[in-house]
Ligand binder design. Structure first.
Ligand code: NAD
Length: 251
């Protein structure tokens, strides 16, 4: 299915790694001009290099989603380079498992600041440009942990549940203004975020409750496919949706 993304400008946060990286590569392959935004500058440059080697168009810009000035500067740089912004994909995020009794306020604040407030900041900065763009949309990355409780993930669930309903609020408010807003809710996907999880001392029976029927992890490209569809005009009637992409974990 041709997604007709040629000439569209898409900003992807978290583009240096995992789901954001796979999304940036796929959108560029589909013809979009992709602004790759992340705190990891070296890895960003390598994503942009890979896109350009394949004949695509991309920009790398450092972005810390927790810093309003950094967010404003990054969005301004995207519009300065490409002249518009059609779609914002929020894939920057952090995770990790910790027993609630050991969850310190600093870690709670860090997870909420990156996953939830960071999503607010980028959407807020992008909105004036989305309002004037053709086929405008926002795709936020929530999680099945934003749809269902998960042990050892109090801060993460709070942040991702927040992202899901934040997205639905925007969808309601922006529908008449022709800006769509959707969330994707991945289950376990093999990325550095998952590979780096420390699980020692945790009850694996509780963690296993989030498993899907095949006990398999998804690949970043699986999620990128859904994001690319939601970013395209093929999804022009889709807004306010929170799609699980999880191999059946919440089925
Ligand atoms: N991997 C999974 O199983 C899974 C499941 C559900 C949801 N998610 C969500 O998908 C998104 C992408 O995760 P991933 O698995 O690809 O992880 P990842 O660690 O591979 O990528 C996350 C990216 O976010 C960037 N980032 C972190 N803090 C940032 C900040 N302050 N400003 C800008 N960039 C920042 C990192 O540098 C990294 O490049 C996250 O929101 C994550 O919560 C992942």
């Amino acid at each position: 299915m041709d997604l007709h993304l040629g000439g569209r400008v898409v900003a992807v946060t978290g583009a240096a790694s995992g789901i954001g990286r796979a999304t940036a590569l796929l959108l560029a392959a589909e013809g979009a001009h992709v602004a790759c935004l992340d705190v990891q500058e070296d890895a960003l440059r390598s994503v942009v290099h890979e896109i350009e080697q394949s004949g695509g168009t991309a920009l790398a810009h450092r972005l810390d989603v927790t810093d309003p000035a950094s967010v404003d500067a990054a969005i301004a740089a995207v519009v300065a380079r490409f002249g518009k912004l059609n779609t914002l994909v929020n894939a920057a995020g952090v995770g990790g498992m910790v027993q609630f009794a050991d969850l310190k306020l600093a870690e709670w604040n860090r997870v909420l600041a990156i996953n939830l407030t960071g999503t607010y900041l980028t959407c807020h900065a992008a909105l004036p440009h989305l309002l004037t763009a053709e086929g405008a949309s926002i795709v936020n990355i929530s999680s099945i942990a934003g749809l269902k409780g998960q042990a050892y993930s109090a801060a993460y669930c709070a942040s991702k549940g927040g992202v899901a309903l934040f997205t639905r609020a925007l969808a309601n408010e922006l529908a008449k203004k022709k800006v769509r807003a959707n969330a994707v809710c991945p289950g376990g996907v093999m990325t550095p975020l998952v590979a780096g999880m420390q699980l020692e001392g945790l009850d694996m029976d509780l963690i296993g409750r989030m498993q899907n029927p095949t006990f398999s992890l998804g690949q970043p490209g699986d999620v990128a496919n859904l994001i690319a569809y939601l970013a395209s005009d093929r999804a022009s009637y889709v807004t306010g949706a929170c799609y699980a992409i999880d191999g059946g974990a919440v089925a």
